[in-house]
Write a protein that binds this ligand. Structure first.
Ligand code: ACO
Length: 334
């Protein structure tokens, strides 16, 4: 790990979430595509997911999660130096969704940018934001993972539409006492797997045309089997590398918060890390895969349920489109 992270310890001061009220169950999906509640539960662990109203873009979910995180951290919006929004579903190609959030929060001192690293986006954002706090450039940074995946899912494709949901999670990071906060990290990418998970239309490669719309190129496509194999390997590998960079062993993990994509992927990681199931947070049954929002939503819920306490060693780990992956080891401050 770079010495920059050790200049000033950086930790999470408060968390927040926003989940749309509308629930879409597996039973509802049975009426939309050729699938069954039984197939979805046994192959993924998902039971239901949340779907944002048509007039609610990603920035609104992000703003609400951020307000809760600010309140819990007891930090005012005007004291935030930087806002990072990790998302694959920004409101628009530009401007950055982070700027829309900055304006609505009244975060008058904040720089703002979006970060795109698929489902690993929140961990990339956390590590990026931490550099600014560690170096003393900013005292407080808002890191938000927010998604409206329902807007890019092909609701006629049973291979993908059963997997995803909408939501947002946010954290405020800032200085913490020595020995606490971010202790170790691991980030990585392998662009040779870029075509395993993508939205091919709407960018500079395939700008929006009648052809791209008719050929459903603005929807998410995924090679599920290949992503599955990659995920099973990388969750364990990345967690172990992050622990090593923190000088810790896997036996010292108090709680693992993995990206919530598929229960079978999580179970494989648990086995690899030799963890007991009560040390792993799972909420994908209720929310499905919310991409960049999944880790901060799970972190918030685990904290609110009293599963994370002062001095707990927690590992956040994710994988996603790119391909990308990331893990962060944190000693919880309060
Ligand atoms: N309902 C019923 N049958 C289905 C469904 C469905 N919803 N979806 C697929 N099937 C069928 C397939 O068509 C296939 O049928 P066939 O054998 O007749 O062709 C059969 O079920 C088995 O399909 P598999 O793809 O082999 O099923 P698998 O057990 O691999 O599960 C799944 C598929 C759930 C997608 C799994 O591969 C997976 O979870 N992959 C990882 C996905 C993931 O983590 N994505 C997120 C990445 S993060 C990001 O950045 C967004």
């Amino acid at each position: 790990m770079s010495s920059a992270l050790r200049t000033r310890p950086v930790g999470i001061l408060g968390t927040g979430i926003c989940l749309p009220e509308k629930v879409l169950t597996n039973k509802d999906l049975e009426k939309m595509v050729d699938t069954s509640d039984e197939w979805i539960r046994t192959r993924t662990g998902i039971v239901e997911r949340r779907i944002a109203d048509p007039d609610t873009p990603t920035s609104v979910l992000a703003e609400k999660a951020a307000r809760m995180a600010l309140k819990n951290a007891r930090i005012k919006a005007e004291d935030i130096g930087l806002i990072i929004v990790a998302t694959v579903t920004p409101d628009m190609i530009f401007p950055a969704t982070a700027c829309l959030v900055q304006n609505r929060l009244g975060a008058i001192s904040a720089a703002a940018f979006d970060l795109e690293a698929g489902c690993s986006g929140f961990i990339y954002g956390l590590v990026s934001g931490a550099q600014f706090v560690a170096s003393g450039v900013y005292d407080y940074v808002l890191v938000i993972g927010a998604e409206t995946l329902s807007r890019i899912v092909n609701w006629e494709d049973r291979n993908t539409c059963v997997l995803f949901g909408d939501g947002a999670g946010a954290v405020v990071i800032g200085p913490v006492p020595n020995g606490y906060g971010l202790l170790g990290i691991d980030l990585g990418s392998d662009g040779s797997g870029a075509d395993l998970l993508d939205v091919p239309g709407g960018g500079s490669l395939n700008p929006a045309t009648k052809y791209t719309v008719e050929n459903k190129m603005h929807f998410l496509r995924m090679n599920g089997n290949e992503v599955f194999k990659f995920a099973v390997r990388i969750i364990g590998d990345s967690s172990i590398r992050a622990l090593m960079s923190a000088g810790l062993k896997k036996e010292e993990i108090d709680f693992l918060i993995p990206h919530q994509a598929n229960i079978r992927i999580i179970q494989a990681a648990v086995k690899r890390l030799k963890l007991s199931n009560d040390k792993v947070y799972v909420n994908l049954d209720r929310y499905g895969n919310t991409s960049a929002a999944s880790v901060p939503i799970a972190l918030h819920e685990a904290y609110e349920e009293g599963l994370i306490k002062k001095d707990s060693i927690i590992v956040l780990v994710a994988f996603g489109a790119g391909l990308t992956w990331g893990a962060a080891v944190i000693r919880w401050y309060e």
